[in-house]
Design a protein around this ligand. Structure first.
Ligand code: FAD
Length: 423
């Protein structure tokens, strides 16, 4: 089929690659530009959860409390603010606070469900197409030390199941039954239950498969080619790079936590801010067969074949890179009581990735007013893998139909029009 037109996609992370996939499906010719190599941002570091059922947006009073705690001794926490970064993240934080009330939280969650309702069928299609080969669905094991905490978590996931994105959780069981499910649990794991519906995979393998698949279908991949600026000139959308200008009919900005620099000159204030997440690998004596959620620690453990990936932390230190060993130590201290048979000193692949955070926890997806051939697809917070396929289909519609395909809930101009992004 002859190409409908040329599209340049800026960023070969999860969102850029999913966008390229669905643009090719729709008959466009695609050039992918990446500042480095595909998956070089948050994509390969992530926890691998395809989790539409637990897609609540991050802004909430609980997270605000954790952030404030991280500013006072002992300066620890899963949501970590470095005081020296405050001037750089103040714009994001002010809008984050405004989004943390219960009404805004509930509306944002409903909005995220617009994409999440498409996640499971799209992921099933990608499995059928052979692009996803390692999807696991044994369920998430939610662990607690006290029965009342396990019951409260169970009740909140029962409420989540009423959104229609996951079945009701299995009943709460005690330690003996938990050890039959997972022999490698530590003493803190006394009560828990399995929650099915969400699934997981190895995100690095997914990046590689998406790259292979889009390149095999004719996409051009230009690595080490950072976009310096994007603009629309007449019927053309142009990307300036150190190697010259790349011109096409459309451009998609999908540069993750680097997107804000490209958006501002176009008049889009997205407040996309890097929230660094950490992961590392351990080699448990009893490899887990479920994703493990460790009480209220905000640390999760994903089974990945012979090893398990420990993930967590949202750190705002004003940078996008750089592993801080004290953050890894904090995660290990948090995880240790919940698991047994792990040599924590033998961890490998200690990595950090910048999540593209937005103040209301929702992505920015839509055309740029006055430059409708430029489509924004960024700000996926902690959910880029989960929301990636649905975002890719929306990007393909926006390229084909322009603003007529817009979903107002993800309007990239919402913080430019209204200081606090509502409406
Ligand atoms: C520890 C951790 C755990 C996570 N766990 C999960 C999870 O379990 N499930 C889930 O759904 N999500 C998870 N996430 C979030 C998810 O990884 C992100 O939301 C997702 O990677 C965002 O995709 P993206 O394409 O916007 O950005 P990225 O994946 O970061 O990709 C951005 C790409 O743009 C490129 N780039 C940057 N600047 C330029 C430029 N100027 N020109 C060209 N290219 C450029 C970068 O090199 C990079 O390749 C996790 C994230 C972290 C850090």
């Amino acid at each position: 089929m002859p190409a409908k037109g040329e599209v340049t996609v800026v960023g070969a992370g999860l969102i850029g690659l999913f966008s390229a996939h669905y643009l090719l499906e729709s008959g466009y010719a695609v050039t992918l530009l990446d500042a480095g190599a595909p998956g070089g941002g948050a994509a390969r570091v992530n926890g691998g959860w395809v989790c539409p059922a637990r897609s609540d947006p991050m802004p909430s009073w609980g997270v605000v409390r954790d952030g404030v705690r991280s500013l006072i001794p002992p300066y620890d926490g899963s949501f970590f603010l470095r005081p020296s970064a405050l001037p750089r993240v103040a714009g994001y934080l002010a809008r984050f606070l405004a989004s943390s009330g219960s009404g805004r939280f509930a509306r944002s969650w409903d909005d995220l469900d617009l994409l999440n309702r498409q996640t499971a069928p799209l992921v099933d299609e990608l499995v059928e197409a052979g692009i996803i080969g390692d999807l696991q669905d044994e369920g998430f094991l939610i662990l607690h030390s006290r029965l009342e905490d396990a019951e409260a978590a169970w009740a909140s996931l029962l409420a989540v199941s009423q959104r229609g994105l996951a079945p009701a959780p299995d009943p709460v069981v005690g330690r003996e039954a938990l050890l039959e499910l997972e022999p490698g649990l530590g003493d803190a794991s006394q009560f828990g239950f399995v929650h099915r519906g969400d699934r997981w995979l190895d995100p690095s393998r997914l990046v590689d498969r998406l790259v292979e698949s889009v390149v095999a279908r004719g996409a051009r991949l230009e690595q080490d080619t950072p976009a310096l600026a994007v603009r629309q000139r007449g019927e053309q959308a142009e990307v300036a790079t150190p190697r010259g200008v790349v011109a096409a009919e459309h451009v998609v900005i999908a540069a993750g936590a680097w997107s804000e620099e490209l958006l501002r000159p176009l008049g889009v204030k997205g407040y996309v801010t890097p929230g660094k997440g950490y992961s590392f690998s351990v080699f448990p004596q009893y490899p887990p067969t479920h994703v493990l959620r460790l009480g209220d620690t905000h640390v999760g453990v994903t089974p990945m074949g012979d090893h398990a990936r420990v993930v967590g932390m949202v750190e705002f230190d004003g940078t996008r890179e750089g592993v801080r060993p004290e953050r890894i130590d904090f995660m290990k201290r948090q995880a240790r009581p919940w698991l047994s048979g792990i040599d924590w000193d033998a961890s490998t692949e200690e990595r950090v990735g910048p999540r593209p955070m937005t103040p209301d926890g929702k992505p920015l997806i839509g055309c740029v007013p006055g430059a409708e051939r430029v489509v924004v697809a960024t700000g996926h917070n902690m959910l880029g893998l989960t929301l990636g396929a649905a975002t890719g289909t929306l990007v393909a519609s926006l390229v084909a139909r322009g603003p007529a395909a817009a979903v107002p809930a993800f309007d990239p101009m919402r913080f430019s029009r209204n200081p606090f992004g509502s409406g």
